[in-house]
Design a protein around this ligand. Structure first.
Ligand SMILES: C[S@@+](CC[C@H](N)C(=O)[O-])C[C@H]1O[C@@H](n2cnc3c(N)ncnc32)[C@H](O)[C@@H]1O
Length: 301
């Protein structure tokens, strides 16, 4: 019988319990809906199984726990590699079931310099269900030499080592069923540097070109992480926004993040007017995601 992903108990550190079976689980513990955004306080595998029809989702943008020992308020991010990969098999299979045939699954994941294989081990599971259409590098910090001087942009956590370089990027694997999904490349395009191309090339007439697979998306500078980023492993709203846009707004009837965190993918979907569903097992993060949606909604209305 198929095993499910971790069940969680409020207030306790939650280790995956791969022995739990669907029929033993209690279902909904919380739901939040606003403007076509539905968020559930629920294990994502249980949630997808119970709530999402086959092929209902066009874009999945997500960042699962990386099993690198991050201190989440409930989830235990220090399980054995075997347990972690067994669990990945279960949730990836569900993502494959709910994604439409011409849908896009954007998986943000990273290793760390001393433990770099995790993303590729997860990919080796994923390749049983998906084709790797694009590998995007989320660049968090970069130094650029212009006119002889260096300018540095973005933030990174320095690595204290004489063996490893500072880690300034994460992966965004763009996975599709057959590697044949047409993208809206110029939806996140950039202007040509050499404007003579705009005159010369028909394709360049709007002065916008594909930006390529290196996406510089810095974290915002914040004063207080407790108040402004009360979660240890978020991605910027802009990252999710770019993923949905490059898949194509016209081709996106519904988006999903199975590992919602504090709701940054939900905020992106709301901004783009795309119906969205998300799951999160941690009550604290789940409640912050509501507040973020409510706040963003109040700001636009
Ligand atoms: C890397 S974080 C995602 C952060 C999110 N992208 C954001 O920007 O806020 C992974 C999240 O997955 C949640 N999580 C872990 N196991 C889960 C499960 N089985 N179902 C749903 N959420 C889970 C964790 O509590 C954590 O908040």
């Amino acid at each position: 019988m198929e095993r499910l992903s971790p069940a969680r108990v409020q207030g306790k550190i939650c280790k995956p319990n791969l022995e739990l079976f669907p029929e033993k689980r209690t279902s909904v513990r919380g739901k939040f809906t606003q403007n076509n955004i539905s968020l559930y306080l629920q294990d994502c595998v249980q949630g997808m199984k119970g709530r999402i029809k086959d092929k209902e989702i066009d874009v999945v943008v997500t960042s699962p726990p990386y099993n690198l020992g991050i201190n989440y308020s409930q989830y235990d991010d220090r399980i054995s590699r075997k347990e972690y990969l067994d669990w990945a098999k279960v949730w990836v299979k569900e993502v494959a079931r709910v994604l439409s045939d011409d849908g896009s699954f954007f998986l943000n994941i990273s290793g760390k310099p001393s433990d770099p294989w995790g993303p590729f081990e997860v990919l080796s599971i994923i390749r049983n269900y998906f084709c790797l259409q694009n590998t995007i590098h989320w660049i968090k910090a970069i130094s650029i030499k212009k006119n002889g001087d260096f300018d540095s942009f973005g933030h990174y956590k320095p690595v204290n080592s004489d063996r490893f370089l500072n880690d300034c990027h994460e992966y965004i694997f763009h996975l599709t069923k057959e590697c044949n999904v047409k993208l809206d490349r110029t939806a996140i395009g950039v202007p040509y540097q050499d404007k003579s191309n705009v005159k010369r090339w028909k394709i360049a007439k709007n002065d916008v070109r594909c930006r390529g697979n290196t996406w510089f998306i810095p974290y915002k500078t914040i004063q207080s992480s407790a108040k402004e980023r009360p979660h240890p492993a978020t991605f910027p709203v802009e990252l999710a926004e770019m993923c949905i846009k490059v898949h194509g707004l016209k081709n996106t009837k519904k988006a999903m993040d199975p590992f919602l965190g504090i709701g940054n993918a939900a905020l992106a979907a709301m901004k783009l007017n795309i119906p969205f569903v998300g799951f999160e097992i941690d009550k604290e993060y789940f409640e912050i995601s509501h507040r973020n949606i409510e706040k963003a909604n109040a700001e636009v209305s």
